[in-house]
Ligand binder design. Sequence first.
Ligand SMILES: NC(=O)c1ccc[n+]([C@@H]2O[C@H](COP(=O)([O-])OP(=O)(O)OC[C@H]3O[C@@H](n4cnc5c(N)ncnc54)[C@H](O)[C@@H]3O)[C@@H](O)[C@H]2O)c1
Length: 318
Amino acid sequence: MRAFITGGAGFIGSNLADRLLADGHEVVVFDNFSTGQQQFVEHNLNRPNYQLVEGDVLEKALLASAMRDCDMVFHFQANADVRGGMKNTLIDLEQNIIGTHNVLEAMKVNDVQKIAFASSATVYGEPEQIPTPEAIAPVQTSLYGASKYSAEALIQAYCEYFDWQSYIFRFVSFMGPRYTHGVIFDFMRKLRMDPTTLHILGDGSQRKSYLHVHDGIQAILTAVEKAKDKTNIFNLGNTEWINVVDLADILCETLELKDVKYTFEGGARGWKGDTPFVHLDIARIRALGWEPRYSVHDTIKATIHYLKQHEDLLYARS
Ligand SMILES: NC(=O)c1ccc[n+]([C@@H]2O[C@H](COP(=O)([O-])OP(=O)(O)OC[C@H]3O[C@@H](n4cnc5c(N)ncnc54)[C@H](O)[C@@H]3O)[C@@H](O)[C@H]2O)c1
């Protein structure tokens, strides 16, 4: 297929591009490099089956012309900063909802009938049911989550109107190669500045599940191959979870830092919109034959080792 990846220069999108190329597909990446990195795409620039279009999903005409002759869209562009929505209450609407609408309109113009969408576990807010199945009625606790839930709804409606197929993935946090934002990233930056103290947002008891990006991409491709409904919604997560203090312990041990003092700010939540316990029910994706290969512990270790070897990335994004 000729795959169109919005956000294909970012952490997850660029890993997906590499995997699709390795599987023999053609790839068109559409990205404005707001958080994407040249170093994640440059090894592909001379490949005949790879095209990079530098552009913004808010530029509708450019988006539509770049998508010409594509068979499927992987919509992975977003404002992926969950915390930022309280300071800038417009960004999630503009980037994640209008951005998705523009992608759907470009699909209509080009008669592209399949879309995979990077949604998030954040759409569940603070669910009562843990592990959380896909079929709950969530209450939104962040504008990021609300924008992802709204984008899912837009995608579903386009699929109903035009008989398209969609694959909606609600991810826990992904980690692994090219990881450029999230808890380990924040902690490593803080420890670079002061290796004696680690300031933790929240009381450190927040429990989260993490998935290795290669496992996540394998799950996405499994679902695209095997799921047959008009709208196919899947949780993507790991079988276990870890709390923030235990994660910090693994980080300090791996970095060989001794006697780091942890300080805490806030209570059960690190910030408004943070979810104290993220653990998804992954029975639906497992029923298609997918299993995570990396444990949460191995995922964390792999991410720390990657960032140790690519310390420039710690400062590539503000
Ligand atoms: N990383 C995670 O753990 C995680 C968890 C849940 C959901 N997601 C979702 O997965 C997707 C990918 O996340 P990521 O971690 O790779 O983030 P990322 O920030 O690394 O990637 C996003 C990419 O989109 C590009 N982009 C942003 N705004 C754009 C615009 N207006 N026009 C064109 N390109 C634009 C950026 O330059 C970047 O390359 C996002 O939709 C994110 O919300 C990520």
